[in-house]
Design a protein around this ligand. Structure first.
Ligand code: GDP
Length: 368
């Protein structure tokens, strides 16, 4: 079992960092793994850990016999040697993994995710159609994770295609392991995820698991309720009721666009594109410090954080942090006394002043 997992992990990676232990010397496991690594056709760096004293340096020379090149001595506990190790990692990373050969780097990356049979392949095919143009293996993922260049109807982005993955995982025995790992990778590799839900079943545990992955990775999100054609007895209120039921399940992340589609009838596919584009715009939104303070300081003045044991908490200024997904630092005198309800208040006010629909916001309180 361990061997199998090691093989999968190697296959999924761009570079392998093989760690051995100075004091212990070469174990049977080490030799066995080294055998695999010498044949894996990936760059391998051999790191000898726990070299925290000078005499242990000599210990590390024995690892030359593994046939994996120069051992690099490190001490993970103190960080010694790790700077050189990182330099080596960057030096040996394949160009594709660094994005240096990707002509589409910088385009928004959209992934369609959802449980089996909701209509992901149908949507991908409807969007890409005949012009399907598979361009690059996604850097850093499995060889059959592909993305396609989409440039139609005034929208240009990469669609990270998970359709091919499904076929592959069908034939492997580690279906669960593979498909979970690949959903995670597909999500990690995207900016915006289109989460497809089956209208006939509503939002289920499996949908929630995927939703939570999207949120945990702080990706933009659009919810698409597909197979709308199969819902019987629709009234003027049905959509509203669906939206409310979904918002209840995904609370507190209720500020997410929900689109009702019938991929089979090509109904509202344009709306999906519009929503995904808008969420990407929101996801990459940068607000200047002056705009932020002009909007937020009066709100805070009107409703200041509650005092703590007679101490007044004063938020002095706010700035957006240079992270990929939107995050904000609120500088104040006693950050440790600001509780979650007040953080939620700040988030709601941010959302009411600026469009962050479909995005996870992070709020940090910091001492000046
Ligand atoms: P995937 O597993 O998520 O990729 O799902 P598929 O795209 O393979 O679709 C699964 C099944 O649902 C297929 O038989 C599709 O024809 C069907 N399907 C997809 N979208 C719709 C839709 O909007 N309405 C109906 N009635 N069926 C759909």
């Amino acid at each position: 079992e361990i061997r199998k997992q090691v093989l999968i992990a190697i296959e999924e990676s761009d570079l392998v960092l093989f760690m051995v232990e100075a004091g212990t010397g070469i174990t049977d496991y080490d030799s066995e793994i080294a055998d695999i690594l010498r044949r894996c056709n990936k760059p391998v760096i051999l790191a000898v850990n726990k070299v925290d004293t000078g005499d242990k340096m000599y210990d590390s020379y024995q690892f030359y016999s593994l046939g994996l090149g120069d051992p690099m001595s490190i001490a993970a506990a103190t960080g010694s040697g790790t700077g050189d190790l990182l330099d080596k990692v960057v030096e040996l990373l394949p160009k594709e993994a660094k994005g240096e050969t990707d002509p589409y780097a910088g385009l928004p990356r959209i992934t369609i995710v959802g449980k089996p049979n909701v209509g992901k392949s149908s949507l991908t095919n409807a969007l890409l159609g005949e012009d399907r143009n598979i361009v690059t293996p996604v850097a850093g993922t499995t060889r059959d994770a592909i993305s396609s260049h989409f440039n139609k109807f005034g929208h240009e982005f990469m669609i990270v295609d998970t359709a091919g993955l499904r076929k592959k995982s069908k034939v492997t025995e580690d279906l669960e392991f593979y498909s979970v790992m690949r959903s995670i990778k597909a999500i990690e590799n995207s900016d915006v995820c289109i989460l497809m839900i089956d209208a006939t079943t509503g939002i289920e545990a499996q949908d929630m698991a995927i939703f939570n992955l999207i949120i945990r990775n702080r990706k933009g999100c659009v919810i698409v309720v597909n197979k709308w054609d199969l819902v019987e007895g629709k009234t003027a209120n049905t959509m509203k009721e669906y939206i409310e039921a979904i918002q209840k399940r995904i609370a507190p992340f209720s500020d997410i666009p929900v689109i009702f589609t019938s991929v089979i009838n090509k109904q509202r596919l344009m709306d999906v594109l519009e929503a995904a584009s808008q969420v990407y715009t929101n996801y990459s939104r940068r607000i200047s410090t002056s705009q932020l303070n002009d909007a937020m300081l009066p709100e805070i003045e009107n409703y200041p954080p509650p005092a703590w044991k007679g101490k007044y908490i004063k938020i002095k200024y706010i700035t957006q942090l240079p992270t990929k997904s939107p995050s904000f630092a609120f500088f104040c005198n006693l950050p440790q006394y600001i509780r979650d309800p007040y953080k939620r208040f700040l988030e709601n006010k941010l959302r009411s002043h600026f469009d962050f629909k479909g995005c996870v916001l992070q709020i940090f309180l910091r001492q000046k």
